[in-house]
Ligand binder design. Sequence first.
Ligand code: AMP
Ligand code: MG
Length: 341
Amino acid sequence: MATIIGIESTAHTFGVGIVRDGKIIANKRDMYTTESGGIIPMDSAKHHREVCEGIYAQALLESGINQDEIDAVAFSQGPGLAPSLLEGLKFSKKISKKLSKPLVPVNHCVAHLEIGKCRCAYSKLQNEGEGAKDPVLLYASGANTQVISYASGKYRIFGETLDIGVGNFIDNFARYAGIGFPGGPKIETLAKAGKNYVELPYVVKGMDVSFSGILTNLKQKLKKESYSVEDLSFSMQETVFAMLVETAERALAHVGKDELVLGGGVACNSRFQEMAKKMCNERGARYFCPEKSLLVDNGAMIAYLGEIMFNSGIKFENSESEDLDIKPRQRTDEVDVSWKN
Ligand code: AMP
Ligand code: MG
């Protein structure tokens, strides 16, 4: 049995989670937001610096454990924004030194997939509270949009965006419509009031997707008074979510798997969930949508995968921690998965 603390800081969210023996016993977070405009990396890093101690204290309080009971400090090593990742690394090293406990470097995208296997990621009502066994992950977040699954010794990307992440695409559209960051939740509300489907480009290339052309098209339509922002939000959701679900379905067929896990902030969208669930039902696949607090960036998933890695012997003692650095551009398929062998 191990007790692992997980530190998440790849982008706008600073999170601290604690996992003991595969169970989440704390998950606290704080997100950098803006009234208007997008995310400024240096400001996001400053946010993390300001909130880290407080979130750490809150997580400990929620877990009910004493910090001496922690066996290791897992942290998000990448991919992400370098200034944000550096704050997380600095804080993780500080805690690891203070507690004299080793560090465990975790890949953020793989953590999104692995948390889908955690029983306590779901309410009892969904799948009888069971986790996925060997899923395909449809990861739809701000910066990342990927379809990932484990195959032949690696986490492989079966499909991905060829340009921007779907969340960034939605936020960019929202910003153009005068909405602050994050735009996704507000766009979801506007979309519910949309009545007319406006035709937009549908861009799927094999198992990859692309959003920049749709963004340009939407911006042009927004400039014309003849389209309402509600109708455009509705049409945007119908189009891009269909694209994502299509690529996930192709990946399921390609790798011959029958479990889909959702991940990323965009997966909080109820229309997105509905479309993914429908696809799974139609092809007899099991659908797993973790609780919202585990879909978004969070420390619990870092701690959860951190515990699996730690139990397999992956750890960096204090004397070796100088060798540990952030990996802002780490690709999912570059991750050394020695813990699975
Ligand atoms: P993440 O990077 O995974 O933390 O997710 C953040 C992204 O999720 C941002 O781009 C948000 O706009 C987006 N997002 C959050 N909630 C929703 C929602 N209900 N619908 C669509 N996008 C959302
Ligand atoms: Mg994420």
